[in-house]
Design a protein around this ligand. Structure first.
Ligand SMILES: Nc1ncnc2c1ncn2[C@@H]1O[C@H](COP(=O)(O)OP(=O)(O)OP(=O)(O)O)[C@@H](O)[C@H]1O
Ligand SMILES: [Mg+2]
Length: 509
């Protein structure tokens, strides 16, 4: 049990003069699941990129199975049995699973095997760990959860014994997470050693054997997780204070209907109906939570509401006026804000500066101008405001968005969408990938927008989040509205509707 498969000693990694890792020590035991925790920008991904040979540290030593290693590339890491699944998937979407696996294969096995043989090996592995992956399905047809299993399967196929998973559950539903954890336990019992990065503290408690916490690039604590470690212990270690997702009941009532959907039908990217006869009203000063298992039409609904997808039938009304199928710019002009689900590809221009990313939708905004010209000083002030209220970790506003940690990229989008004083806010998974402190802040901002009269739709796979912020809870399943439940509904009732079931007495419809 005490066999250390990974030992990192005094790792320092500097970016532009700032230490993302500052003399960090980290050790992974054989046959264990080790949680790596820390706020957005704490240095978790950086440390793992060092282990995976993507970054060369300025200082420090790494030992693999007790032997000193110089890991200069992922190829060398793979050679040492280290595999990594990144925060953003790296699959090639038009290809099949087996083709994707074969793309990376030259690395370990050298020789080219034929597709059939690879596919049958993959099937065997998939069966062994109960992953249910069909090697011949095309990646674009797979759900997020399935794509993730493909990523892990690829690593197993390449022969890794040490598996690094960077926020694997951020994109999974509670049910998928359960399933995923069963897979991880099977892998551990089979002799694998796993490093798990996550912001979800309950998950840490439920699955990991030990945990290491980073703060501001430094290792600040290590615990063996047994009965006596609580989520509040962990968040205190991470943030340095208690984090309480405990919001008071709002003291204002929703106003008149702001946004109204009537009998909406829309197709998904594959040309199949994603929304069927979907009707919903959202009032001013109201938060409607949309609960549902990922992939049941939530993404399409948000796109329809922001002009990014056409409806094939039905209508959308804003303040009683028809706005069906207008262009995206029209919706921006109507002060409809959108926090998209896929922040990496649609939320940010990753090669642009942070300052510029913050104002792209506000080029007509007079508060940023001096006369007809956009003022550089005002842009800078706008950035500084966002930076301090959202605690965005960056060197400066001229940094390109790609230099930020995953969670800090999210914060930039949230600042842009929430600070524009929207009249309607469509927030798809607003706290995905955010640390506990930032999640708390974003939820309080959503409630603040509600108080100011914004009509809000919050889409989330996280029922706790839905229950915390919603006045009413709509449940979507297979593109249909299954029912609307009042504030304080039970998670069991919501869960039943999410799975396509019916309630005994039925909710308000
Ligand atoms: N390629 C890079 N260039 C410049 N700075 C970087 C680069 N990668 C990371 N950083 C900086 O290093 C710090 C640590 O980032 P890292 O991605 O390791 O954080 P993290 O703990 O994984 O956060 P998150 O939870 O948000 O994913 C951040 O301040 C980030 O801006
Ligand atoms: Mg990260």
């Amino acid at each position: 049990m005490d066999n250390l498969v990974v030992e990192m000693k005094g790792i320092t990694k500097v970016f532009g003069g700032v230490a993302a890792n500052d003399r960090v020590d980290f050790a992974l035991r054989e046959r264990s699941i080790h949680g790596l925790l820390g706020e957005n920008g704490a240095g978790k991904t950086t440390l793992m990129n060092v282990l995976y040979g993507l970054y060369r540290p300025e200082e420090g030593e790494i030992f693999i199975n007790g032997r000193k290693a110089h890991i200069n590339s992922p190829l060398e890491a793979i050679g040492l049995g280290i595999g990594m699944v990144h925060q953003h998937f790296m699959l090639c979407r038009p290809l099949t699973v087996v083709e994707n696996v074969m793309l990376g294969k030259r690395s370990r096995r050298g020789i080219l095997l034929d597709t059939k043989e690879t596919a049958s090996e993959l099937s065997a592995l998939s069966e062994k760990y109960h992953m249910g992956v069909d090697p011949y399905s095309r990646v674009w047809q797979l759900s997020i959860g399935e794509q993730q299993r493909v990523e892990i399967l690829t690593q197993l196929y390449m022969g890794c014994d040490i598996l690094i998973l960077d926020e694997p559950t951020a994109v999974l539903t509670p049910q998928e997470t359960e399933e995923f954890f069963r897979t991880l336990r099977r892998m551990r019992d089979d002799g694998k050693s796993i490093i798990l990065i996550t912001h979800k503290l309950e998950e840490i408690i439920s699955i990991v054997d030990e945990v290491t916490v980073l703060r501001d690039g430094k290792m600040i604590g290590h615990r063996v997780v047994g009965g006596d470690v609580s989520t509040s212990d962990l968040s205190r270690m991470m943030v340095g204070r208690d984090v309480l997702f405990d919001f008071p009941e709002p003291d204002t009532q929703p106003g008149e209907v702001k946004l109204s959907l009537k009998g909406i039908f829309a197709k998904n990217d594959k040309g199949v109906d994603a929304l069927s006869d979907f009707s919903l009203d959202i009032r001013r000063g109201e938060v409607v939570g949309l609960a549902g298992v990922d992939g049941n039409g939530q993404k399409e609904l948000c796109e329809v509401l922001t002009g990014m997808r056409r409806v094939t039938s039905g209508s959308i009304q804003l303040d009683g006026k028809d706005i069906t199928n207008r262009e995206p710019a029209f919706y921006i002009g109507q002060k409809i804000s959108h926090i998209p689900e896929d922040r990496h590809s649609t939320g940010l221009a990753i090669n642009w500066s942070l300052e510029k990313n913050l104002i792209v939708k506000r080029l007509e905004d007079r508060s940023l101008k001096r006369g007809p010209i956009i003022s550089t000083r005002k842009i800078r002030e706008n950035w500084e405001r966002a930076r301090s209220s959202y605690q965005i970790k960056a060197n400066g506003g001229s940094d390109r968005a790609r230099a930020l940690s995953g969670g800090n990229q999210q914060k930039v989008i949230l600042a842009r969408e929430l600070e524009s004083e929207p009249e309607v806010l469509i927030a798809n998974q607003p706290t995905r990938g955010l640390d506990v402190g930032a999640s708390e802040y974003v939820r309080s901002k959503i409630l603040q927008a509600r108080k100011k009269g914004t009509a809000v739709l919050v889409v989330s796979a996280d029922l706790e989040e839905i229950l915390q912020v919603s006045d009413r809870i709509a449940v979507i399943y297979d593109g249909r509205l299954m029912g609307i439940l009042p504030r304080g509904a039970s998670t069991m009732d919501i869960g039943t509707l999410m799975m396509g079931g019916k309630l005994e007495k039925g909710g308000e419809r």
